[in-house]
Design a protein around this ligand. Structure first.
Ligand code: PEP
Ligand code: MG
Length: 546
């Protein structure tokens, strides 16, 4: 007789499966040490601790995360802000936390890639506060055998130190598909399920089977279940190792596999990998926190370096995606109550057309210097008139591949008109989900609504593809949705023909697509759209793809 299996569901964060004993961990149980003398002393201690951890990090991504934390822990502006708050009466412990959270809010306001750094600053704030209060960071459990780590959430610095030989699976109650826990777990190849409520109480001390592909955790599973999930994963791993080169479905329909990057260094690193180009170059980093616009020459040099690195391969630049909530002071935009619904993205051109014009000139000049043909697209386009105006401005500057991002529901619903004067569309599923589900991207409480498997979001992707099909315009996806192998199959079934994602996500997406004929992709799209909620869409497609 087989054991009754209890299953918890969460978000499939890092694919693969593992069967081991679960160990619950509460990082709040810190040990007492000598408190730091003041904020500078706390900064020095935290920097030393993080450097020590960086040297011990178990992956290049982990070391990178820790180096970023070191930068924040030693940041003179952050420390000065904290000290100024002590001068106005806050305790040093409260001041470092509140200064870090001010900083984190600014990063969140920037959205996308930079918003992902906000938890790092908060983590640093908590470490500085712990040091001032004489609390040493809690150590990960060492039960003497490989285990599945179960926690409420994991700080980036803890995840960066995980040894995949010891922590063989991760289950967290919080976190989302783009959190650091997820990113690092993927880079270490540790199967992970996040946003799994009640996990600690239910799993601690039990044998568990973590199915990071389907987002399920089985409690005390029987041998048959373990064997069937393990054999499915084994087959996937073998197929993945074999797949290389341009992306395509099993019947040879090309699907370009591109990457999302935001700096020249990232672009150069990605150029060395088996990818077909850049599907989204976020130009924001060049403008961040600047009180003056970067010189035209600096812009040209930056874009040319990116084009140089990718040579003949496709490079899609996105024009500045700033808003009044974003610290791009030289734009001189007004304060707003609801910045996500305000003057952001292409809308900033209404008052600062000159900034957009110079950026387009810089792209065109970088193109002619490198003898390449970049693709250029505008963010936050809502109406046909906006798309027309952008297309005419970009073409007038000598750019030949002009597109728009579809990240506002109006653009998805009226895609035929919005796309009438452009050459391509790139769907930003992160913002499209935010606006379709009326759920703020920066607010953890509404994160489940932003699940990229939301059937309503898939309807909007379908509507965009239908609108583009009359002129056979290429439609890509550059939001987080593209990085999920099963969802990638769904997107291709809906008509998407390029997928842009973090470089590390490319191999799994390539291998999964190579296994699916276009007819199966279309069936997966139907099944996902017919589902009532994201979790049933995910499970139904997992079932279909086997
Ligand atoms: C998106 O909105 O999906 C997108 C790719 O843009 P960002 O995340 O930079 O807003
Ligand atoms: Mg966006």
């Amino acid at each position: 007789m087989s054991t009754v299996v209890t299953t918890l569901t969460g978000v499939a964060a890092s694919h693969g499966s593992v069967h081991a004993r679960a160990v619950g961990w509460d990082p709040g149980t810190a040990v007492a040490v000598e408190p730091a003398a003041d904020i500078d002393d706390a900064s020095a201690r935290v920097v030393a601790d993080l450097r020590f951890r960086a040297a011990a990090a178990t992956s290049p991504e982990g070391a990178e995360v820790l180096e970023a934390l070191v930068m924040f822990a030693a940041d003179p502006e952050l420390l000065a802000l904290a000290k100024s708050r002590v001068d106005t009466g806050e305790t040093p412990e409260a001041a470092v936390r509140s200064a870090a959270s001010t900083y984190a809010e600014q990063l969140r306001g920037l959205g996308g890639y930079l918003a992902e750094r906000a938890p790092d600053v908060e983590d640093v704030g908590a470490r500085l506060a712990d040091s001032l209060a004489g609390r040493a960071p809690a150590e990960l459990p060492r039960p003497g055998h490989p285990y599945v780590l179960v926690a409420r959430d994991l700080a980036p610095a803890d995840t960066a130190l995980l040894d995949p030989q010891v922590v063989v699976g991760i289950v967290t109650e919080q976190g989302g598909p783009t959190s650091h826990t997820t990113i690092l777990a993927r880079s270490l190849g540790i199967p992970a399920v996040v946003a799994c409520p009640g996990a600690r109480a239910a799993l601690d001390g039990h044998e568990v089977l973590v199915d990071g592909t389907r987002g399920e955790v089985h409690l005390d599973p029987d041998a048959d279940l373990v064997a069937s999930v393990e054999s499915r994963e084994q087959q996937v791993a073998e197929r993945r190792a074999q797949a290389t080169g341009p992306g395509a479905t099993a019947d040879g329909v090309p699907v370009k596999l591109l990457v999302n990057v935001g700096t020249v260094d990232e672009a150069v690193a990605a150029a060395g990998q088996d990818v077909e180009g850049i599907g989204l170059f976020r130009t924001e980093f060049l403008f961040l926190g600047r009180t003056e616009e970067p010189e035209l020459a600096e812009q040209i040099e930056t874009y040319a370096a990116v084009l140089e690195a990718f040579g003949e391969r496709r490079v899609v630049f996105r024009t500045l995606d700033a808003g009044s909530d974003k610290p791009v002071p030289f734009l001189g935009l007004a304060e707003e109550e609801n910045p996500a619904l305000g003057v952001r993205g292409l809308r900033t051109a209404t008052s600062r057309l000159d900034v957009l014009e110079r950026q387009l000139r810089a792209f065109a000049e970088a193109a002619s210097r490198t003898g390449t043909e970049p693709w250029v697209m505008a963010p936050m386009v809502s109406t046909p008139a906006e798309a027309d105006a952008f297309a005419s401005l970009a073409r007038g500057t000598g750019l030949h591949h002009v597109g728009v991002m579809v990240e506002v529901p109006s653009a998805a619903l009226r895609a035929a008109q919005v796309l009438r004067s452009v050459d391509f569309a790139s769907i930003g599923t992160n913002d499209l989900a935010q606006y379709a589900l009326a759920a703020d991207r920066q607010l953890g409480d509404v994160a489940p609504l932003l699940d990229p498997w939301q059937p309503a979001l898939l309807d909007l992707v379908a509507s965009t593809c239908t609108g583009a099909s009359g002129r056979e315009l290429p439609v890509g996806v550059c939001g987080e949705a593209a990085a999920d192998p099963h969802l990638a199959v769904v997107l291709v079934g809906l008509g998407v023909r390029s997928l842009s994602m973090a470089p590390r996500a490319v191999p799994a997406v390539r291998a999964t697509l190579a296994e699916a004929h276009l007819s199966l992709c279309r069936r997966a799209a139907e099944v996902a759209r017919a589902a009532a909620d994201p979790q049933s869409a995910r499970s139904a497609v997992a079932e279909l793809l086997g």
